[in-house]
Design a protein around this ligand. Structure first.
Ligand code: PLP
Length: 257
């Protein structure tokens, strides 16, 4: 069985973060493992508190896995500060997993800063060059290049600029633009558009985490990047369509629909 490791934050409500990643891995038939980089106290209404795990402990979790178990793909999600980013980058440079899917988590839908603003530069310099693919939404892509992105042409330009930071490919998710959503994948040679369908459902907590984990699972299972993205998009559309109305706020997508 293929294995996938998530390095990310815990979401106590189980809809995003590590918990969403592990559920997504199971749904893709891969064996999931986790390095917890931060713990959030969170529910469907928002994030109440965040506590970082020490860089030393993050490093030890990574060592524990890579010195024992083959890792076919890594997904990186919420990593909140400079020191955590540095240790993760240092360890991944040593262990060199074949695929790294980087979801540059910055702010939760409920408006909580999950990446400390001063850590943006470390994310760009340390983690982006290691990524097989980085999966920012429009806002995250805009923050990475210090520009707002308002249409498809600007998405393509942004993808090229982010590509120049060093990842092998960039997937910018266009869901926050008006109309039918289009995602743009740039691999240094050409731009590929993925047309999606707008699903007007409320329970969308954890969509970004789930999509990036599905891409990692698909890569571990031997799919090309384009196939991995296409399959992951189909999966997340179903998960949103079957979202779970639990809690008083924005419920999670359904990983096992
Ligand atoms: N909590 C954690 C630990 C996350 O990694 C993420 C990922 O983006 C979120 C919360 C945000 O979830 P959402 O913005 O989909 O509600």
């Amino acid at each position: 069985m293929k294995t996938v490791l998530t390095i990310a934050g815990s979401d106590s409500s189980g809809g995003a973060g590590i918990q969403a990643d592990l559920k997504t891995f199971s749904a893709h038939g891969v064996y999931g493992m986790s390095v917890i980089a931060a713990v959030t106290a969170q529910n469907t209404q928002g994030v109440l508190a965040v506590e970082d795990i020490s860089p030393d402990m993050i490093g030890k979790q990574i060592d524990a896995i890579f010195t024992d178990i083959p890792v076919h793909a890594v997904k990186i999600g919420m990593v909140s500060d400079n020191a955590s980013i540095k240790i993760i980058a240092d360890k991944l440079k040593i262990y060199q997993p074949e695929y790294i899917v980087l979801d540059p988590v910055m702010v939760s839908k409920s408006g909580y800063d999950l990446l400390k603003p001063e850590a943006k530069q470390a994310l760009i310099e340390e983690l982006l060059p290691l990524a097989t693919v980085i999966t920012p939404n429009l806002k995250e892509a805009g923050v990475l290049i210090d520009q707002s992105i308002t249409d498809l042409q600007e998405m393509e330009q942004a993808a090229e600029k982010i590509y120049n930071f060093g990842p092998k490919a960039v997937l910018i998710k266009g869901g926050h633009l008006e109309g039918e959503p289009v995602d743009v994948l740039y691999d240094g040679n050409s731009w590929k558009h993925f047309n999606g369908k707008r699903i007007n459902k409320n329970n969308t907590h954890g969509t970004g985490c789930t999509l990036s984990s599905a891409i990692a699972g698909n890569l571990a299972n031997g799919h090309t990047l384009e196939e991995a993205v296409l399959k992951a998009k189909t999966y997340i559309e179903g998960a949103i369509d079957h979202g779970l109305a639990i809690g008083k706020g924005v419920g999670p997508t359904n990983h096992l629909y």
